[in-house]
Design a protein around this ligand. Sequence first.
Ligand code: LLP
Length: 429
Amino acid sequence: MVFNSSIRYVNRRLTVDQIDIASIIAEVGTPAYIYSRRRIRENFHRLERAFAPLSARLHFSVKANGNLDILRALNEIGAGFDCVSGGEIYRALKAGAKARDIVFAGVGKTRDELVYAITSGVGWINAENLGELDHIDTIAAELGAEPVKVALRLNPEVTAQTHPYMATGHGAAKFGLAADVIRDVLSRPARYPRIDFAGLHMHIGSQLGDMRATLAAVDKLVALIQDYPRIKTINLGGGLPVVYRFDEKTPSPDGLAAALARRLRGYDVLLEPGRAIVADAGLLVAEALYVKRQAGQSFVVVDASMAELIRPALYGAHHEIVVLRQAAGETETTQVVGPVCESADVLGRDRQLPTLEAGDKVALMTAGAYGMTMASNYNARPRPVEVLVDGDRWWVSRRRETFDDLVRYELLTDPQANQKDPLPGPNQC
Ligand code: LLP
Protein backbone atom coordinates (compact mmCIF):
# COMPACT_ATOMS: atom_id res chain seq x y z
CA MET A 1 0.00 0.00 0.00
CA VAL A 2 1.30 3.42 -0.99
CA PHE A 3 0.22 6.46 1.03
CA ASN A 4 2.30 8.98 -0.86
CA SER A 5 5.62 9.24 -2.66
CA SER A 6 7.53 8.83 0.63
CA ILE A 7 5.35 6.73 2.92
CA ARG A 8 4.38 3.19 1.95
CA TYR A 9 4.52 -0.46 2.91
CA VAL A 10 7.50 -2.32 1.51
CA ASN A 11 7.43 -6.05 2.25
CA ARG A 12 4.67 -5.35 4.79
CA ARG A 13 6.84 -2.89 6.71
CA LEU A 14 5.82 0.74 6.94
CA THR A 15 8.64 2.83 5.49
CA VAL A 16 9.51 6.50 5.10
CA ASP A 17 11.60 6.99 1.99
CA GLN A 18 14.05 4.06 2.14
CA ILE A 19 13.88 3.54 5.89
CA ASP A 20 11.90 0.91 7.77
CA ILE A 21 10.23 2.90 10.53
CA ALA A 22 10.60 0.04 13.00
CA SER A 23 14.39 0.32 12.70
CA ILE A 24 14.21 4.00 13.74
CA ILE A 25 11.87 3.21 16.61
CA ALA A 26 14.22 0.48 17.85
CA GLU A 27 16.71 3.27 18.49
CA VAL A 28 14.63 6.28 19.50
CA GLY A 29 11.59 4.68 21.18
CA THR A 30 8.00 5.91 21.17
CA PRO A 31 6.13 8.17 20.91
CA ALA A 32 8.09 9.66 18.03
CA TYR A 33 7.32 12.12 15.26
CA ILE A 34 8.93 11.08 11.99
CA TYR A 35 9.01 13.33 8.93
CA SER A 36 10.23 12.86 5.38
CA ARG A 37 12.29 15.86 4.37
CA ARG A 38 12.09 14.67 0.79
CA ARG A 39 8.29 14.75 0.85
CA ILE A 40 8.29 18.23 2.38
CA ARG A 41 10.48 19.54 -0.44
CA GLU A 42 8.32 17.79 -2.99
CA ASN A 43 5.12 19.29 -1.54
CA PHE A 44 6.70 22.74 -1.63
CA HIS A 45 7.76 22.36 -5.26
CA ARG A 46 4.33 21.00 -6.21
CA LEU A 47 2.65 24.10 -4.79
CA GLU A 48 5.22 26.33 -6.44
CA ARG A 49 4.39 24.76 -9.79
CA ALA A 50 0.64 24.91 -9.19
CA PHE A 51 0.79 28.61 -8.36
CA ALA A 52 3.33 29.46 -11.07
CA PRO A 53 0.58 31.14 -13.17
CA LEU A 54 0.36 33.70 -10.34
CA SER A 55 4.15 33.83 -9.79
CA ALA A 56 3.12 33.39 -6.17
CA ARG A 57 5.73 33.58 -3.46
CA LEU A 58 5.20 30.89 -0.79
CA HIS A 59 5.68 31.72 2.88
CA PHE A 60 5.57 28.53 4.93
CA SER A 61 3.33 28.94 7.94
CA VAL A 62 5.64 28.12 10.84
CA LYS A 63 2.74 27.37 13.18
CA ALA A 64 2.15 24.15 11.25
CA ASN A 65 5.62 22.83 12.04
CA GLY A 66 8.45 24.82 13.60
CA ASN A 67 11.14 22.12 13.52
CA LEU A 68 14.43 23.87 12.70
CA ASP A 69 15.63 21.23 10.23
CA ILE A 70 12.35 21.53 8.35
CA LEU A 71 12.55 25.32 8.32
CA ARG A 72 16.17 25.09 7.14
CA ALA A 73 15.22 22.74 4.33
CA LEU A 74 12.42 25.02 3.20
CA ASN A 75 14.65 28.07 3.45
CA GLU A 76 17.22 26.37 1.22
CA ILE A 77 14.68 25.83 -1.53
CA GLY A 78 13.48 29.40 -1.47
CA ALA A 79 10.53 29.47 0.92
CA GLY A 80 9.66 32.56 2.88
CA PHE A 81 8.02 32.22 6.30
CA ASP A 82 4.75 33.28 7.88
CA CYS A 83 5.32 33.87 11.59
CA VAL A 84 2.74 34.73 14.24
CA SER A 85 4.90 35.46 17.25
CA GLY A 86 8.31 36.71 18.25
CA GLY A 87 9.16 33.08 18.97
CA GLU A 88 8.34 32.00 15.44
CA ILE A 89 10.38 34.87 13.98
CA TYR A 90 13.27 33.77 16.20
CA ARG A 91 12.91 30.19 14.96
CA ALA A 92 12.82 31.24 11.30
CA LEU A 93 15.90 33.43 11.73
CA LYS A 94 17.70 30.60 13.58
CA ALA A 95 16.94 28.38 10.61
CA GLY A 96 18.76 30.85 8.36
CA ALA A 97 15.81 32.75 6.92
CA LYS A 98 16.43 36.29 5.79
CA ALA A 99 14.28 38.70 7.79
CA ARG A 100 12.93 40.26 4.61
CA ASP A 101 11.47 36.86 3.66
CA ILE A 102 9.34 36.81 6.81
CA VAL A 103 5.79 38.05 7.09
CA PHE A 104 4.68 38.75 10.64
CA ALA A 105 0.99 38.10 11.21
CA GLY A 106 -1.29 37.74 14.20
CA VAL A 107 -4.28 39.29 15.89
CA GLY A 108 -2.44 40.25 19.07
CA LYS A 109 1.18 41.18 18.50
CA THR A 110 2.73 42.69 21.61
CA ARG A 111 4.67 45.92 21.42
CA ASP A 112 7.85 43.97 22.28
CA GLU A 113 7.19 41.57 19.44
CA LEU A 114 6.68 44.47 17.03
CA VAL A 115 9.95 46.06 18.19
CA TYR A 116 11.69 42.71 17.63
CA ALA A 117 10.14 42.29 14.18
CA ILE A 118 10.94 45.83 13.04
CA THR A 119 14.51 45.77 14.40
CA SER A 120 15.07 42.43 12.71
CA GLY A 121 13.79 43.93 9.44
CA VAL A 122 10.94 41.57 8.61
CA GLY A 123 9.62 42.00 5.09
CA TRP A 124 5.98 42.51 5.94
CA ILE A 125 3.68 43.01 8.88
CA ASN A 126 0.13 41.79 8.33
CA ALA A 127 -1.77 44.22 10.54
CA GLU A 128 -5.25 43.73 11.91
CA ASN A 129 -5.76 46.33 14.65
CA LEU A 130 -5.72 50.12 14.53
CA GLY A 131 -3.76 50.19 17.78
CA GLU A 132 -1.20 47.97 16.12
CA LEU A 133 -0.74 50.55 13.35
CA ASP A 134 -0.08 53.18 16.03
CA HIS A 135 2.54 50.91 17.60
CA ILE A 136 4.24 50.17 14.28
CA ASP A 137 4.36 53.84 13.32
CA THR A 138 5.75 54.94 16.69
CA ILE A 139 8.28 52.12 16.93
CA ALA A 140 9.59 52.79 13.42
CA ALA A 141 9.94 56.48 14.29
CA GLU A 142 11.71 55.72 17.59
CA LEU A 143 14.12 53.36 15.89
CA GLY A 144 14.64 55.69 12.95
CA ALA A 145 13.68 52.70 10.78
CA GLU A 146 12.65 52.79 7.14
CA PRO A 147 8.86 52.88 6.61
CA VAL A 148 7.51 49.45 7.48
CA LYS A 149 5.68 47.52 4.78
CA VAL A 150 2.23 46.66 6.05
CA ALA A 151 -0.50 44.49 4.53
CA LEU A 152 -3.84 45.27 6.15
CA ARG A 153 -5.77 42.08 6.84
CA LEU A 154 -9.27 42.18 5.45
CA ASN A 155 -12.07 40.34 7.18
CA PRO A 156 -14.05 39.59 4.01
CA GLU A 157 -17.14 38.41 5.91
CA VAL A 158 -17.18 35.08 4.14
CA THR A 159 -17.83 31.82 5.97
CA ALA A 160 -15.53 28.99 4.94
CA GLN A 161 -16.76 25.39 4.94
CA THR A 162 -14.45 23.92 7.53
CA HIS A 163 -14.38 23.10 11.22
CA PRO A 164 -15.77 26.17 13.06
CA TYR A 165 -12.48 26.50 14.98
CA MET A 166 -10.65 26.88 11.67
CA ALA A 167 -12.92 29.48 10.04
CA THR A 168 -11.49 32.98 10.36
CA GLY A 169 -13.11 35.06 7.62
CA HIS A 170 -16.69 35.48 8.83
CA GLY A 171 -17.80 38.82 10.18
CA ALA A 172 -18.10 37.59 13.77
CA ALA A 173 -14.50 36.34 13.86
CA LYS A 174 -11.85 38.21 15.82
CA PHE A 175 -9.61 38.29 12.75
CA GLY A 176 -8.93 41.03 10.24
CA LEU A 177 -10.37 44.49 9.75
CA ALA A 178 -13.74 45.33 8.21
CA ALA A 179 -13.58 46.78 4.69
CA ASP A 180 -14.83 50.20 5.82
CA VAL A 181 -12.10 50.43 8.47
CA ILE A 182 -9.49 49.59 5.86
CA ARG A 183 -10.90 52.24 3.53
CA ASP A 184 -10.74 54.76 6.33
CA VAL A 185 -7.07 53.96 7.03
CA LEU A 186 -6.12 54.04 3.36
CA SER A 187 -7.92 57.31 2.75
CA ARG A 188 -5.55 59.05 5.16
CA PRO A 189 -2.22 57.20 5.08
CA ALA A 190 -0.40 60.36 6.19
CA ARG A 191 -1.64 59.60 9.69
CA TYR A 192 1.01 56.87 9.72
CA PRO A 193 4.11 58.44 8.13
CA ARG A 194 6.31 55.42 8.97
CA ILE A 195 4.00 52.87 7.39
CA ASP A 196 4.05 51.87 3.75
CA PHE A 197 0.57 50.47 3.07
CA ALA A 198 1.76 48.30 0.22
CA GLY A 199 -0.45 45.23 0.50
CA LEU A 200 -3.70 43.61 1.55
CA HIS A 201 -3.93 40.29 3.37
CA MET A 202 -6.66 37.77 3.98
CA HIS A 203 -6.93 34.25 5.40
CA ILE A 204 -10.43 32.85 5.68
CA GLY A 205 -9.57 29.56 7.33
CA SER A 206 -7.73 26.30 7.21
CA GLN A 207 -8.38 22.91 5.55
CA LEU A 208 -10.60 24.64 2.95
CA GLY A 209 -12.17 21.91 0.84
CA ASP A 210 -14.35 24.20 -1.23
CA MET A 211 -12.71 27.02 -3.15
CA ARG A 212 -15.93 28.99 -3.64
CA ALA A 213 -15.58 30.78 -0.30
CA THR A 214 -11.96 31.66 -1.12
CA LEU A 215 -12.95 33.10 -4.49
CA ALA A 216 -15.85 35.05 -2.96
CA ALA A 217 -13.41 36.55 -0.47
CA VAL A 218 -10.86 37.30 -3.18
CA ASP A 219 -13.55 39.08 -5.20
CA LYS A 220 -14.28 41.32 -2.22
CA LEU A 221 -10.59 41.98 -1.73
CA VAL A 222 -10.11 42.86 -5.41
CA ALA A 223 -13.11 45.20 -5.30
CA LEU A 224 -11.49 46.98 -2.39
CA ILE A 225 -7.94 47.15 -3.74
CA GLN A 226 -9.00 48.63 -7.07
CA ASP A 227 -9.51 52.01 -5.45
CA TYR A 228 -5.89 52.07 -4.24
CA PRO A 229 -3.60 51.65 -7.25
CA ARG A 230 -0.50 52.02 -5.06
CA ILE A 231 -1.27 48.65 -3.46
CA LYS A 232 0.37 46.00 -5.58
CA THR A 233 0.67 43.01 -3.23
CA ILE A 234 -2.03 40.57 -2.22
CA ASN A 235 -1.38 37.97 0.45
CA LEU A 236 -4.04 35.25 0.34
CA GLY A 237 -2.99 33.41 3.51
CA GLY A 238 -3.01 29.62 3.79
CA GLY A 239 -5.76 27.06 4.00
CA LEU A 240 -5.01 24.53 1.25
CA PRO A 241 -6.54 21.21 2.28
CA VAL A 242 -4.92 17.80 2.65
CA VAL A 243 -6.32 14.27 2.67
CA TYR A 244 -6.78 12.90 6.19
CA ARG A 245 -9.00 9.91 5.29
CA PHE A 246 -7.62 7.51 2.77
CA ASP A 247 -10.94 7.39 0.90
CA GLU A 248 -11.16 11.19 0.74
CA LYS A 249 -10.27 13.45 -2.19
CA THR A 250 -9.28 17.09 -2.01
CA PRO A 251 -9.42 19.47 -4.95
CA SER A 252 -6.07 19.93 -6.64
CA PRO A 253 -4.60 23.42 -6.22
CA ASP A 254 -4.39 23.82 -10.01
CA GLY A 255 -8.07 24.75 -10.36
CA LEU A 256 -7.78 27.30 -7.58
CA ALA A 257 -4.60 28.72 -9.10
CA ALA A 258 -6.25 29.14 -12.50
CA ALA A 259 -9.30 30.86 -10.97
CA LEU A 260 -7.05 33.14 -8.95
CA ALA A 261 -4.79 33.96 -11.89
CA ARG A 262 -7.80 35.35 -13.80
CA ARG A 263 -8.69 37.62 -10.88
CA LEU A 264 -5.25 38.75 -9.75
CA ARG A 265 -3.52 39.75 -12.98
CA GLY A 266 -0.91 42.44 -12.35
CA TYR A 267 -0.56 41.85 -8.61
CA ASP A 268 2.30 40.32 -6.63
CA VAL A 269 0.78 37.37 -4.83
CA LEU A 270 1.93 35.84 -1.55
CA LEU A 271 0.59 32.64 -0.03
CA GLU A 272 1.03 31.23 3.47
CA PRO A 273 0.54 27.47 3.20
CA GLY A 274 1.37 25.37 6.24
CA ARG A 275 -0.56 22.10 6.30
CA ALA A 276 -0.25 21.38 2.58
CA ILE A 277 3.55 21.37 2.84
CA VAL A 278 4.12 19.26 5.95
CA ALA A 279 0.99 17.31 6.97
CA ASP A 280 1.37 14.20 4.83
CA ALA A 281 5.14 14.12 5.30
CA GLY A 282 4.85 13.27 8.99
CA LEU A 283 3.53 10.57 11.26
CA LEU A 284 3.44 9.89 14.97
CA VAL A 285 4.48 6.41 16.06
CA ALA A 286 3.10 4.96 19.27
CA GLU A 287 3.33 1.63 21.06
CA ALA A 288 0.40 -0.34 22.39
CA LEU A 289 0.74 -0.52 26.17
CA TYR A 290 -2.37 -2.49 27.06
CA VAL A 291 -5.34 -4.11 25.43
CA LYS A 292 -8.52 -3.97 27.46
CA ARG A 293 -11.79 -5.61 26.46
CA GLN A 294 -14.56 -3.91 28.32
CA ALA A 295 -18.20 -2.90 27.81
CA GLY A 296 -18.26 -4.81 24.55
CA GLN A 297 -15.38 -2.75 23.19
CA SER A 298 -11.72 -3.34 22.53
CA PHE A 299 -9.53 -0.55 23.87
CA VAL A 300 -5.91 -0.28 22.88
CA VAL A 301 -4.08 2.09 25.19
CA VAL A 302 -1.07 3.52 23.38
CA ASP A 303 1.80 5.64 24.66
CA ALA A 304 0.82 8.71 22.61
CA SER A 305 -2.03 10.94 23.69
CA MET A 306 -3.80 14.24 23.24
CA ALA A 307 -0.67 15.83 24.73
CA GLU A 308 1.38 14.77 21.69
CA LEU A 309 -1.41 15.10 19.09
CA ILE A 310 -4.36 17.22 20.18
CA ARG A 311 -6.20 17.39 16.85
CA PRO A 312 -8.60 14.47 17.48
CA ALA A 313 -9.56 15.81 20.92
CA LEU A 314 -9.76 19.45 19.88
CA TYR A 315 -11.43 19.26 16.47
CA GLY A 316 -12.71 15.69 16.32
CA ALA A 317 -10.06 15.38 13.59
CA HIS A 318 -9.49 12.04 11.90
CA HIS A 319 -5.98 10.62 11.59
CA GLU A 320 -5.69 7.22 9.97
CA ILE A 321 -4.02 4.64 12.20
CA VAL A 322 -1.95 1.85 10.67
CA VAL A 323 0.35 -0.84 12.01
CA LEU A 324 4.11 -0.74 11.40
CA ARG A 325 4.15 -4.43 10.48
CA GLN A 326 1.35 -5.82 8.36
CA ALA A 327 0.45 -9.41 9.20
CA ALA A 328 -2.24 -11.77 7.99
CA GLY A 329 -4.96 -12.35 10.55
CA GLU A 330 -8.11 -11.08 12.13
CA THR A 331 -9.12 -7.44 12.37
CA GLU A 332 -11.42 -5.98 14.98
CA THR A 333 -13.13 -2.71 15.81
CA THR A 334 -10.74 -0.91 18.10
CA GLN A 335 -10.79 2.22 20.24
CA VAL A 336 -7.28 3.66 20.18
CA VAL A 337 -6.85 5.75 23.31
CA GLY A 338 -4.06 7.56 25.10
CA PRO A 339 -3.02 7.41 28.75
CA VAL A 340 -4.03 10.98 29.63
CA CYS A 341 -6.66 11.44 32.33
CA GLU A 342 -9.32 12.95 30.05
CA SER A 343 -12.21 11.22 28.32
CA ALA A 344 -11.36 13.28 25.24
CA ASP A 345 -8.03 11.47 24.97
CA VAL A 346 -9.15 9.20 22.13
CA LEU A 347 -6.90 9.09 19.07
CA GLY A 348 -9.09 6.88 16.92
CA ARG A 349 -12.68 5.68 17.44
CA ASP A 350 -14.07 2.46 15.96
CA ARG A 351 -11.03 1.70 13.84
CA GLN A 352 -10.85 -1.57 11.98
CA LEU A 353 -7.37 -2.74 12.95
CA PRO A 354 -5.53 -6.05 13.17
CA THR A 355 -5.90 -7.53 16.64
CA LEU A 356 -3.23 -5.69 18.57
CA GLU A 357 -1.14 -6.83 21.50
CA ALA A 358 0.98 -4.92 23.97
CA GLY A 359 4.24 -3.99 22.30
CA ASP A 360 2.77 -3.61 18.80
CA LYS A 361 3.51 -0.28 17.13
CA VAL A 362 1.06 1.91 15.26
CA ALA A 363 1.45 5.09 13.23
CA LEU A 364 -0.94 8.03 13.31
CA MET A 365 -0.80 9.32 9.78
CA THR A 366 -0.79 12.83 8.33
CA ALA A 367 0.55 14.23 11.58
CA GLY A 368 3.25 16.50 10.17
CA ALA A 369 1.15 19.66 10.55
CA TYR A 370 -0.17 20.99 13.87
CA GLY A 371 1.13 17.89 15.65
CA MET A 372 4.33 18.71 17.48
CA THR A 373 3.65 22.46 17.39
CA MET A 374 0.46 21.92 19.39
CA ALA A 375 1.96 19.30 21.71
CA SER A 376 1.99 20.09 25.39
CA ASN A 377 3.44 18.71 28.60
CA TYR A 378 -0.01 17.94 30.02
CA ASN A 379 0.16 15.22 32.66
CA ALA A 380 3.89 16.09 32.84
CA ARG A 381 4.56 14.14 29.68
CA PRO A 382 7.92 14.95 28.05
CA ARG A 383 7.35 15.95 24.43
CA PRO A 384 8.39 13.34 21.86
CA VAL A 385 11.53 13.02 19.80
CA GLU A 386 11.42 14.35 16.22
CA VAL A 387 13.22 12.35 13.53
CA LEU A 388 13.88 13.41 9.97
CA VAL A 389 14.31 10.99 7.10
CA ASP A 390 15.69 11.86 3.71
CA GLY A 391 16.14 9.04 1.23
CA ASP A 392 18.34 6.44 2.91
CA ARG A 393 19.40 8.66 5.85
CA TRP A 394 17.69 9.50 9.12
CA TRP A 395 18.66 11.52 12.17
CA VAL A 396 17.28 12.82 15.44
CA SER A 397 16.34 16.41 14.75
CA ARG A 398 15.01 17.22 18.19
CA ARG A 399 15.67 14.94 21.13
CA ARG A 400 12.95 13.60 23.36
CA GLU A 401 12.36 15.83 26.38
CA THR A 402 13.50 14.49 29.74
CA PHE A 403 12.03 14.76 33.23
CA ASP A 404 14.73 17.38 33.88
CA ASP A 405 13.39 19.42 30.97
CA LEU A 406 9.99 19.42 32.66
CA VAL A 407 11.27 21.19 35.77
CA ARG A 408 14.03 23.21 34.15
CA TYR A 409 12.37 26.63 34.42
CA GLU A 410 11.39 26.16 38.03
CA LEU A 411 14.84 25.26 39.25
CA LEU A 412 16.41 28.45 37.90
CA THR A 413 15.48 30.70 40.77
CA ASP A 414 16.38 30.35 44.40
CA PRO A 415 13.12 30.58 46.39
CA GLN A 416 15.02 32.02 49.40
CA ALA A 417 16.23 34.95 47.34
CA ASN A 418 12.67 35.61 46.09
CA GLN A 419 14.04 36.50 42.68
CA LYS A 420 11.70 37.63 39.95
CA ASP A 421 12.12 36.25 36.46
CA PRO A 422 13.52 39.12 34.37
CA LEU A 423 11.18 40.40 31.67
CA PRO A 424 12.32 39.38 28.20
CA GLY A 425 14.09 42.14 26.32
CA PRO A 426 13.19 42.92 22.73
CA ASN A 427 15.69 40.43 21.39
CA GLN A 428 14.31 37.66 23.51
CA CYS A 429 10.61 37.95 22.85
N1 LLP B 1 -1.95 32.17 7.47
C1 LLP B 1 -2.69 32.51 8.54
C2 LLP B 1 -2.98 33.92 8.78
C3 LLP B 1 -3.20 31.50 9.39
O1 LLP B 1 -3.95 31.85 10.43
C4 LLP B 1 -2.92 30.14 9.11
C5 LLP B 1 -3.43 29.08 9.98
C6 LLP B 1 -2.13 29.84 7.98
C7 LLP B 1 -1.67 30.87 7.17
C8 LLP B 1 -1.77 28.43 7.60
O2 LLP B 1 -2.90 27.70 7.26
P1 LLP B 1 -2.78 26.26 6.59
O3 LLP B 1 -2.19 26.40 5.22
O4 LLP B 1 -1.91 25.42 7.46
O5 LLP B 1 -4.17 25.77 6.58
N2 LLP B 1 -4.54 23.94 14.43
C9 LLP B 1 -5.43 23.72 13.31
C10 LLP B 1 -5.19 24.68 12.18
C11 LLP B 1 -5.27 26.12 12.60
C12 LLP B 1 -4.74 27.04 11.54
C13 LLP B 1 -4.54 28.40 12.04
N3 LLP B 1 -4.08 29.32 11.04
C14 LLP B 1 -5.33 22.26 12.88
O6 LLP B 1 -4.69 21.48 13.56
O7 LLP B 1 -5.94 21.87 11.87
